[in-house]
Design a protein around this ligand. Structure first.
Ligand code: AHR
Length: 496
């Protein structure tokens, strides 16, 4: 079966740049993400730098990972950074109360995280502890990281083997302070933010880009209160967390076994991100019409039940073609809202939630979601081009969603990239595209799809879902004609 869509892509002289930081990731001390994901047993037979696993690093470098958020999540508000520096054998242990009640040995701390970021070539994004920490503790962490003169903290940093400061910019002031980060009210948090932010200093050459803890889902009152009570010049960004949960929080649904109804509901919930970003942005516009404060969607992704037989506190889930469609549709939403969304972090990179990478002892595999970030990296720091789309519906019973979503950008070499998603698992869709005032002669592309939306990559069959060359796009006069296969992600490159 086939169906028709129309798309128009326009030139926009004043359009925003799509910040590469919306392609960011998030890694918490949770399950097998940091420990046994990035940071492995010294005896594991893989290439390592210290205990950092280099095949994982190389894979993330290939998709140009722009930033990495750490150490949480909920863990951030029970993490005391001074326990994670100095000789490893002398570091105190702690209980990770949120995630499985396991003992954290603090072998991966500040120095190890910043070494990881330097190997990845990405910006660190550190979440400071507001819930159980003090203003002094956060203030000293920033001094330890960023001060380039003689001071108590820089002295300890040097003794621990790092004379130069790291120049960390992205700084989260608490995480989910309305919940695991302290169960605060919005007004109380806004006041706390002002205190903590005041003493998290901008050292010469390293202004902090402070991100206030924002709302979850549709808690618009939280956004309103933060925007009203925090002076705009005290925050770089305000966060938003939203997870796509196929069923409900008690029984989230399987990552691998689901029918078409559940596939549909999942996509419908994922597309709710458009409404969330629009409405939170509208509140921000009221207080900040010049859009100085970024909306930082610093936790997002699909959250399913854990794989059978794995620790429920470790949040290990498989990753299917459905999840790739979730990722691509969400990234299209972020691209289209690039004027306000300037930071985002998918949860959680390796072995936790919507991972890009899964590991099993020496083996490593790339998930369908990984390939989406590989395809979409062309949008990083490119100029957004506005799109107007007329899509057929994909419906089940009375419920319907737009089958197609899209975004487009033009890079510094005047190369245009168009990313298209077809969510309909049955129909291919012909997209007739008008491109106004933008010269182009040739089109090429890549596609990510598979036989079934439940298809996954496994350690025995790691290449089931992967990108291949796409030959379903052609130039027809001044129109671009694209035939999108069912349940697919296509990224096109148009050159002059
Ligand atoms: O990503 C898992 C958890 O989800 C994070 O720790 C927390 O911030 C959120 O509730």
């Amino acid at each position: 079966a086939q169906s028709e869509a129309t798309l128009s892509i326009q030139q926009d002289g004043n359009g925003p740049t799509i910040s590469r930081h919306i392609y960011g990731h998030f890694s918490e001390h949770l399950g097998r993400c940091i420990y046994d994901g990035f940071w492995v047993d010294p005896n594991l037979q893989v290439e390592k730098k210290d205990r950092i696993r280099m095949d994982v690093v190389e894979a993330l470098k290939r998709i140009k990972i722009p930033n990495l958020r750490w150490p949480g999540g909920c863990f951030a508000d029970e993490y005391h950074w001074r326990d994670g520096i100095g000789p490893r054998e002398q570091r105190p242990k702690m209980v990770n109360t949120h995630w499985g009640g396991v003992t954290e040995d603090n072998s991966f701390g500040t120095h190890e995280f910043l070494e990881l970021c330097s190997l990845l070539g990405c910006e660190p994004y550190i979440s400071g502890n507001v819930g159980s920490g003090t203003v002094e503790e956060m203030s000293k962490w920033v001094e330890y990281l960023n001060f380039n003169g003689e001071s108590p903290m820089s002295k300890i940093r040097k003794e621990n083997g790092h004379a130069a400061p790291w120049n960390v910019h992205f700084w989260g002031v608490g995480n989910e302070s309305w919940g695991c980060g302290g169960n605060m009210t919005a007004a109380y948090y806004a006041d706390q933010y002002r205190r903590y932010a005041t003493f998290a200093k901008n050292y010469p050459g390293t202004p902090l880009w402070k991100v206030a803890c924002g709302a979850s889902d549709a808690n618009y009152q939280w956004t309103e209160t933060c925007m009203k009570n925090i002076p705009l010049n005290q925050m770089w960004g305000l966060s938003l967390h939203y997870y796509t949960v196929p069923r409900n929080w008690r029984d989230k649904g399987s990552a691998t076994a689901f029918d078409e109804q559940e596939y549909f509901t999942t996509l419908q919930k994922c597309l709710f991100m458009e409404e969330l970003v629009t409405k939170h942005s509208a509140i921000m516009d009221h207080y900040d019409p010049d859009k100085k404060v970024a909306l930082a969607v610093d936790e997002w992704g699909i959250w399913t039940n854990v794989e059978p037989g794995t620790n429920p506190g470790f949040l290990y889930q498989q990753n299917s073609l459905r999840d790739a469609l979730v990722a691509a549709s969400t990234l299209n939403i972020f691209n289209n809202h690039a004027d306000r969304v300037r930071l985002a972090n998918l949860a959680q990179t390796v072995n936790v939630l919507q991972s890009l990478i899964l590991t099993q002892k020496e083996k490593m595999l790339l998930t369908p979601t990984y390939y989406v970030f590989d395809l979409f990296k062309v949008h990083q720091d490119a100029k957004r081009l506005p799109v107007m789309l007329n899509s057929p519906d994909y419906s089940i019973g009375k419920d319907k969603i737009a089958a197609v979503n899209a975004s487009a950008s033009i890079d510094s070499n005047n190369v245009i990239h168009v990313s298209l998603v077809n969510l309909d698992p049955h129909k291919s869709i012909n997209v007739s595209t008008m491109i106004s005032n933008l010269p182009w002669k040739t089109v090429s592309g890549q596609v990510l799809t598979s036989g079934k939306f439940t298809d996954i990559n496994t350690f025995d069959a790691p290449m089931t879902v992967k990108t291949v060359a796409f030959n379903g796009a052609k130039k027809n006069g001044d129109r671009l004609q694209v035939s999108l296969p069912p349940e697919s992600v296509v990224v096109l490159e148009l050159k002059n």
